[in-house]
Design a protein around this ligand. Sequence first.
Ligand code: NAI
Length: 480
Amino acid sequence: MVKICCIGAGYVGGPTMAVIALKCPSIEVAVVDISVPRINAWNSDQLPIYEPGLDDVVKQCRGKNLFFSTDVEKHVREADIVFVSVNTPTKTRGLGAGKAADLTYWESAARMIADVSKSDKIVVEKSTVPVKTAEAIEKILTHNSKGIKFQILSNPEFLAEGTAIQDLFNPDRVLIGGRETPEGNKAVQALKDVYAHWVPEDQILTTNLWSAELSKLAANAFLAQRISSVNAMSALCEATGADVTEVSYAVGKDTRIGPKFLNASVGFGGSCFQKDILNLVYICECNSLPEVAEYWRQVIKINDYQKNRFVNHVVSSMFNTVSNKKIAILGFAFKKDTGDTRETPAIDVCKGLLGDKARLSIFDPQVTEDQIQRDLTMNKFDWDHPLHLQPMSPTTVKQVTCVWDAYEATKDAHGICILTEWDEFRTLDFKRIYDNMQKPAFVFDGRNIVNAEQLREIGFIVYSIGKPLDAWLKDMPAVA
Ligand code: NAI
């Protein structure tokens, strides 16, 4: 029986391995992590991450051919294929701080693999890593190998949180990069055989190691660039009276461009886009390509601009001050159908409003109060580190309350900011909400999910990203 071990039981390692176990009953899959609470949660009824369909997949295979364990060394030692899916946050200190990927977790995993292995292994990079990481990993493994042979493969993960299970069941493509040697080809084939249990062969792409590593960074950069492009357009739409939804529909009808991923919003978030682009920028700089680096850096700058613009709209619309005003925040996760808050635009928007002394009442159907308090008090750079490595903040943000209901959040509020596109926000009873708010009552829709005309009829003053401005908002001072 082929044995797979995955180091890192996070948003990628957990779902990916659960699907491999489901689709390959003949393979034994162990997911290991140094975080005891995380592994305990994977072994309980309350999984550590929220992902539609995940519970069902885990329930079908856990205890049969899918195991979650903190005994990292044992499972690595026994495995034929070791996936490494540890976090690769942005470096916070030293050379490349603020841009380069922090490979501390990766390096320690690689050294541990070399230490405990007693048989040949295929080591698969699942984490997103800078180009040429495989070379460094190869060196660590071969210099410590005691004669054991390791083949390194790059197999970046393209799943999107919120649709991870569907993405894993029907991937657009699976990408496997390996060394172009007989041993390298054999290893690529072994991993291909795993995916071939459910992925059509023509969707399994094989490339050299560096192309696979770079493709993942490039794919995320292109995706984020689309969002920044449409967000940049949204600012121009507001200034000119055009409607960004109409513009992106017309643009997306061009088959060369396509309709997906063209929704204007308060900005992109998630653990990957920003860190992967920063990483790309750093690699470009290291390869003496400053123009290319600057080009990609703009994608992040526009994202920051969009979040600032949103906060400025809120404050300027409300008579240039939100001091001591209650603002309801609907949605804190970086997108719907996930509880993940890493790099969520809600953090920057909330911090911006708190900076102007607002009182916030936050509701998100999947994010806990603890997480929100931690995100709002944590130093920006630490968000991407695993929970167990983060210090719990001794102080809580006094101006923030978290509630479990949108009606409670909006009661007596002066304004509402919609920051995540949860489906349930589309069907709220806005008349009831309006009746319980201070007047004038404002809605700032950061995801363009409400029907602005209907809300205006109720009496709200509405700001929707990239849409023609309300007469009220037009008269307000220009926002930067
Ligand atoms: P995560 O932070 O949810 O999970 C990483 C896990 O690795 C943590 O539970 C941590 O405790 C564990 N870990 C760290 N060092 C370890 C060690 N030495 N031994 C055992 N366990 C260790 O991260 P996530 O989101 O799963 O991301 C993992 C990688 O996949 C990152 O490189 C990310 O860029 C990439 N990725 C993430 C996607 C996403 O949507 N979250 C999508 C595609 C790729």
